[in-house]
Design a protein around this ligand. Structure first.
Ligand SMILES: [Zn+2]
Length: 296
């Protein structure tokens, strides 16, 4: 760690990158000098939600301390009511993201979607935004010159528009090619941005976020060949990025959860181009590590 002083950190946040698939397909570039699973801040039985886990990553805090622990943020009295609701109902309102469903779950859901929609309309709940994050993030650290691109919740444009279509499209084969185009477009645009910023020296910390793999694995949950195609795109991208990095840049690839058969798995993935001997780290550990590296 100490041989070469690290001056820059590049974080590639890749939503839903699954540890077991990286191993199974032996993706050499995604498997760097050090890699492994990440522990997530989850309640027993809770599925990891993108809008909770990423803000935990950038703030280094557990959900409660970060600001919220549910996928919708509720007004205080309603939150109280939800807390005393039956666990089953609570799960639907609190944990479930529209995209995180299989075909089977789809049918039962529409009624509840309508209820959630009404609650939203009355101003009793909203999707989390930066204002709901109550802890300091990596990007708020004034000692670090940072650039953040499309970070979920923190930036408004974390999720591309097609994300809202995913729940509708699962099982509707005719729409899949249209969404696939949107997914490839997101990949192209966001990879291009990384190369653009790599040439600049106006940052010590750069984080780019990719939503695409999450959506691909929801839509093509029973098509491993299609999923592999996208994993290979990322492996190839990391290969190209690695060639552009100097010896003083730490590359950290990180995911907020994995995914199997369309369901989020309860661990994340990390991979780094330098050995740091993090042993089964928690996702909230990285903020502190990065600040230590860049400010000591
Ligand atoms: Zn997902």
């Amino acid at each position: 760690m100490k041989e070469q002083k690290i001056k820059r950190v590049l974080i590639l946040g890749i939503d839903a990158l699954e540890y077991d698939l990286v191993e199974q397909w032996n993706l050499q570039n995604l498997k760097q000098k050090e890699y492994g699973k990440i522990q997530l801040p989850l309640q027993p039985g809770q599925e990891p939600a993108t809008v909770i886990i990423w803000p935990c990553f950038i703030t280094g805090k557990e959900p409660e301390e970060m600001g919220y622990s549910t996928v919708h943020v509720f007004s205080k009295p309603l939150q109280f009511l939800i807390n005393i609701l039956s666990p089953a109902l609570r799960k639907i309102f609190v944990d479930e993201e529209a995209e995180n469903r299989t075909e089977k779950k789809q049918g039962k859901q529409s009624m509840l979607d309508k209820m959630a929609e009404i609650v939203k309309k009355f101003g009793l709940s909203h999707s989390p935004t930066r204002k709901d994050i109550h802890a300091q993030s990596l990007f708020d650290n004034k000692q670090i010159q940072s650039i953040h691109l499309h970070i979920p919740v923190y930036d408004e444009d974390g999720f591309p528009e097609y994300r809202s279509e995913i729940a509708k499209v699962i099982g509707e084969k005719a729409y899949q090619p249209i969404l696939e185009l949107a997914q490839k477009k997101e990949f192209r645009q966001r990879t291009r941005e990384v190369f653009k910023y790599l040439k600049k020296d106006n940052w010590q910390l750069l984080m780019q976020y990719f939503y695409v793999l999450d959506g691909v694995q929801h839509i093509y949950y029973n098509n491993p060949k299609k999923i592999a195609e996208f994993y290979l795109m990322f492996d190839e991208f990391v290969k190209k990025v690695s060639k552009e990095l100097g010896p003083q840049t730490l590359l950290l690839i990180v995911s907020d959860h994995g995914q199997k058969k369309g369901i989020h798995t309860p661990y994340g993935f990390y991979s780094m181009n330098k050995k740091m001997n993090l042993n089964n780290p928690k996702i909230i550990d990285f903020k502190h590590e990065i600040e230590n590296i860049l400010t000591k």
